[in-house]
Design a protein around this ligand. Structure first.
Ligand code: ATP
Ligand code: MG
Length: 266
């Protein structure tokens, strides 16, 4: 195993965010973003051939950051790094404890945040396998999640809230299908579906931020589902789309009244 100094100098060459003066204030900020554990995970992902370089931050938030990275072929990647802070822990613990897939994971803050990272990875995988447009999950380790980059040569795709919609009803139908097909085919309820968590790539919506998604058998799934539907209806209603009544969508999602109902169950 390489020494920490060796690891650090290796990373300094390939992680743009670390190419700062080692003594300046900036370094301290970076130190906060990448704690030692996180640096080691990034190092493993690089030496394991998953990542070639980490470039700029796409998004910096209270609970984590998303970085633009590239692989050996220059293909874009998104590296989402969760902060192992108390505030993150507080927000997520209910979602972990209530999820039968993570039975027995309680208490320890780090363990819980690692489980959360694993949960987002598994949710993405489930959506991806059910053909719901999400970034393809690539790998996860501790608090780091590596996935397909949604964007193009000009940068990341914009959030739905920032896009001018040529045909709001058409986009509404697409996003609504994430809720309905997500429930029926992936057996998931997203739970935070809004104009912030949908990116628009080449005019097509892509669902992101799937950490809090719960399996359809979760005791509160119906409430989460209804909230997602109401959120989407509110946003698209304001944008002039033809809205379907929330109660009707909910009923259709849960009990299925579409002609394709049941045909593509696993
Ligand atoms: N795969 C991706 N490709 C391109 N951009 C992404 C990708 N994943 C996330 N982003 C960008 O990063 C932002 C934050 O990601 P995400 O919504 O998953 O995290 P979050 O937990 O909501 O973070 P925050 O609370 O800081 O908003 C997104 O709004 C999006 O702009
Ligand atoms: Mg988000």
């Amino acid at each position: 195993m390489a020494s920490y100094d060796e690891v650090y100098s290796y990373l300094e060459r390939r992680v743009d965010a670390l190419k700062t003066d080692r003594t300046g204030d900036e370094r301290q900020t970076e130190g906060e973003v990448f704690d030692k554990q996180t640096l080691l995970v990034i190092y493993d992902m690089m030496t394991g051939g998953l990542i070639e370089s980490v470039h700029y931050p796409i998004s910096t938030g209270k609970e984590g950051n998303v970085f633009y990275a590239t692989d050996e072929d220059g293909e874009g990647l998104a590296l989402k790094i969760f902060r192992t802070s108390t505030s993150t822990f507080k927000r997520i613990s209910g979602y972990i404890e209530g999820d039968p897939r993570f039975k027995g994971v309680t208490g320890n803050r780090r363990k819980m945040i690692y489980a959360w990272t694993n949960k987002e990875y598994r949710n993405l995988q489930r959506y991806f396998e059910a053909d719901i447009p999400v970034p393809e999950p690539i790998a996860f380790d501790k608090n780091c999640l590596l996935m397909e980059f949604i964007g193009d040569d000009n940068g990341p795709s914009p959030q739905l809230k920032d896009v001018i919609l040529e045909d709001p009803t058409d986009m509404y139908d697409e996003v609504l299908s994430f809720i309905i097909d997500g429930y029926r085919d992936a057996h998931l309820v997203h739970g935070d579906l809004s104009e912030y968590n949908v990116l628009v790539q080449d005019g097509q919506p892509v669902l992101i931020d799937c950490g809090q998604a719960m399996t359809a058998d979760f005791h509160n799934a119906r409430d989460l589902l209804e909230r997602d539907i109401r959120n989407v209806n509110r946003f698209f209603g304001n944008r002039g789309a033809e809205i379907i009544d929330a109660a009707k969508v909910l009923e259709e999602t849960i009990n299925g009244s579409d002609d394709d109902d049941g045909e593509d169950e696993e």
